[in-house]
Design a protein around this ligand. Structure first.
Ligand SMILES: [Zn+2]
Ligand SMILES: [Zn+2]
Length: 397
């Protein structure tokens, strides 16, 4: 096995300039969620150049390719990359700066895609040295509901062949380049959007007795809903309820007819996710009614919570330790953001890990979803080789 590891490291080093070129091409030519047409074309073209036969058009712009090793039927591992960019104007002054005004790879999906292209090349070159099948999944629209992953699954990406496990990575601007982060079990949150319309009867602020004040009702609702977190939630069960928009469009002496509120509900348990929503709706409607008004409580369901299968994650972490050295493996905290890789994790054993991309000495410290996000590109040589090794190790497990 260690001989194979040396081979992978040599191949990753040999092709690192090419993978960086892929990344820079994608970074310069970002496309928004569900619009990744040129990106998908580029991915398919590169996969064909490697000698693979990609299947295009999954969920619109998704691309899937298969690498068969020896005894291809024995076991399949799926490797996933997302391809979409964000509606952000890039502020970096770099040679590979976005050529599309207002669109930027600010979440590192260019890194995930180019890295998986590199991994594909390595695994294809080594296909006579491992048993099983690798399924490469390049998916659209991680950043936009309902999420490319959910559509890819509906269109059968987890069938024919069905992966025994799915593995994905994400850049981590808070982790130094050269290090990899893992967490077993619950890792990222489900994301549901809440849209409340609190209705009353507006009028002159000097005559409250003639009105049904939606501002006061909405205020009570906001305060009361937090008791879902403090009194109804099992304290061992992480959850967040935040309201970022509260519009009462009156003036000092005019009370409006209605107030709109928008917020987000995040947790790490699918049963509690639904229960919490039910309680919130009942509470908000009940408060409005008891005060003489009404509340329309709309929910837009987002991604489920992301669970890293414990045994799989332990195996992957062990393999990563072999490849990187124990000193380069770090523990991840819970992170209440959403990620559509979670859809795979609800269906098959899955592991989602973090690739360190920070380089403080070079000023590469900006967070994802910011106009100055960038990575230390030496992370790409690590990520291509590492994911190749993890896939082969998992096939052999
Ligand atoms: Zn993102
Ligand atoms: Zn992302």
């Amino acid at each position: 096995m260690s001989q194979l590891q040396e081979k992978i490291k040599a191949l990753a080093k040999e092709q690192s300039a090419q993978v960086i070129a892929h990344r820079r091409h994608l970074h310069s030519n970002p496309e928004l969620s569900f619009e990744e047409f040129k990106t998908a074309g580029y991915v398919a073209q590169q996969l064909r150049a490697i000698g693979l036969d990609p299947q295009e058009g999954f969920a619109g712009t998704g691309v899937v390719a298969i690498i068969e090793g020896r005894n291809a039927e024995s076991r399949t591992v799926g490797l996933r990359a997302d391809m979409d960019a964000l509606p952000i104007l890039e502020a970096n002054d770099v040679p590979y700066k976005s050529l599309v005004p207002g669109v930027m790879h600010a979440c590192g999906h260019d890194v995930h895609t180019s890295s998986l292209l590199g991994t594909a090349r390595i695994l294809h070159q080594l296909k006579d040295e491992f048993d099983g099948t690798i399924k490469l999944v390049f998916q659209p629209a991680e950043e936009k509901a309902p999420g490319g992953a959910s559509l890819m699954i509906k269109e059968g990406v987890l069938e024919n062949p069905r992966p025994a496990s799915m593995v994905g990575q994400h850049v981590a601007p808070n982790i130094p380049v050269g290090k990899i982060g893992f967490r077993e079990g619950m890792y990222m949150a489900s994301t549901d959007e809440l849209y409340l319309t609190v209705k009353g009867k507006g009028g002159h602020a000097a005559a409250p007795h003639q009105l049904v004040d939606p501002v006061l009702m909405a205020s009570h609702i906001i305060v009361a809903l937090q008791q879902i977190i403090s009194r109804n939630r099992n304290p061992a069960n992480p959850a967040v309820l935040s309201f970022g928009r509260f519009i009462a469009d009156g003036v000092t002496n005019v009370i409006p007819d209605e107030v709109t509120i928008q917020g987000t509900w995040r947790c790490m348990d699918e049963v509690w996710r639904a229960e919490g929503l039910g309680k919130m709706k009942k509470l908000a409607e009940g408060i409005a009614e008891s005060m003489g008004g009404s509340c329309v409580f709309d929910i837009v369901h987002g991604y489920p919570f992301l669970k890293n299968h414990p045994e799989l994650t332990r195996r992957i972490r062990t393999a990563a330790t072999q490849y990187m050295g124990a000193e380069n493996i770090v523990d991840l905290d819970l992170w209440m953001a959403g990620e559509d890789f979670a859809f795979y994790s609800q269906v098959v054993d899955s592991c989602f890990y973090r690739l360190g991309t920070r380089n403080e000495a070079r000023g590469i410290v900006s967070g994802v979803h910011t106009p100055t996000f960038d990575i230390d590109e030496s992370a790409l040589e690590i990520s291509t080789g590492l994911m190749s090794w993890l896939a082969i190790a998992e096939l052999a497990s």
